[in-house]
Design a protein around this ligand. Structure first.
Ligand code: SAH
Length: 252
């Protein structure tokens, strides 16, 4: 599942003979990639839209695992534009039913943090490390220079999600003080993690840092997606699938 048109386009370019199935106004692309049966879809933006897309993936298509890719704003002090964050856990930063429940806890779930699947996340982090080791193979030196990308890193930790594009320094500071361990902020991941927990299906999220969620967050956003994030996502997913053991029964 990707949050961005450009990412999805890069994936579909590698999926020969995929079939389009329309459900709930969304186009689900059913086909194969690197020898695996896959369904590719645009999540749409925001928690509710992404949760609906995830529910269709699980109910209608019965996927055995769900991987989310996209971009995010960096919050952790060491998390720079061009780095990649693989989530260990996800929190909805705008969930607040206090004083009835502790801040960030999702009522009736007894938790604020929704864990990603350790095995799936580990495999994706390995693929991300392999891709970022030689970024020039995927981006070209002009793009690396243009976005000042130098020795990009893979981070693992807390990803926070909410229905806001965080684009002021004041807001990102408020998030850092409310959730000090948060590495990055985006708008869908924690909602999809909650749906996957409901269905007992492994979930992982991989996000390229497009901005620092501050007053300059909108600068170059679209160019960064086209030239960096969509290429990283494609390379990471492709690498991960190529290394993933083939399923017992292969569809042809
Ligand atoms: N121009 C884009 C809109 C992107 S909205 C388009 O037309 O599709 C922002 C998207 O990037 C969301 O999917 C969100 O998950 C992620 N994101 C990146 N930086 C973010 C930030 N600083 N705050 C919140 N979400 C962010």
């Amino acid at each position: 599942m990707s949050a961005l048109h450009e990412e999805l386009a890069a994936v579909l370019a590698d999926m020969p003979n995929e079939q389009r199935v329309k459900v709930a106004g969304r186009d689900f692309w059913v086909g194969h990639w690197q020898g695996h049966a896959v369904v590719a879809v645009l999540s749409r933006i925001g928690k509710v839209a992404a949760a609906t897309t995830a529910t269709v993936m699980l109910e209608r298509f019965g996927v055995g695992a769900l991987v989310f890719t996209g971009v995010a704003g960096g919050l952790g002090p060491q998390v720079r534009v061009g780095d990649v964050v693989v989530a260990n856990g996800l929190v909805q930063h705008d969930m607040d039913a206090s004083p009835l429940f502790p801040r960030h806890e999702v009522p009736l779930y007894g938790r604020a943090v929704f864990d990603s699947d350790a095995h799936l996340s580990g495999a994706l982090a390995t693929a991300a490390q392999q891709v970022l080791q030689v970024p020039e193979r995927h981006l070209g030196s002009a793009t690396l220079a243009q976005f000042h990308l130098h020795a990009p890193q893979v981070h693992r930790g807390l990803l926070v999600s909410g229905d806001r594009f965080v684009s002021t320094t004041a807001e990102s500071e408020a998030l850092r003080s409310a959730l000090p361990t948060a590495l990055a902020v985006e708008m869908e991941g924690a909602a999809v993690a909650q749906v996957c927990l409901d269905y007992g299906v492994p979930f992982a999220a991989v996000r390229t840092i497009s901005d620092r969620a501050d007053d300059t967050a909108h600068t170059d956003f679209n160019r960064f997606i086209a030239q960096v994030a969509s290429r990283y996502s494609h390379a990471i997913l492709s690498q991960w699938l190529a290394q993933r053991p083939a399923p017992g029964v292969r569809l042809t």
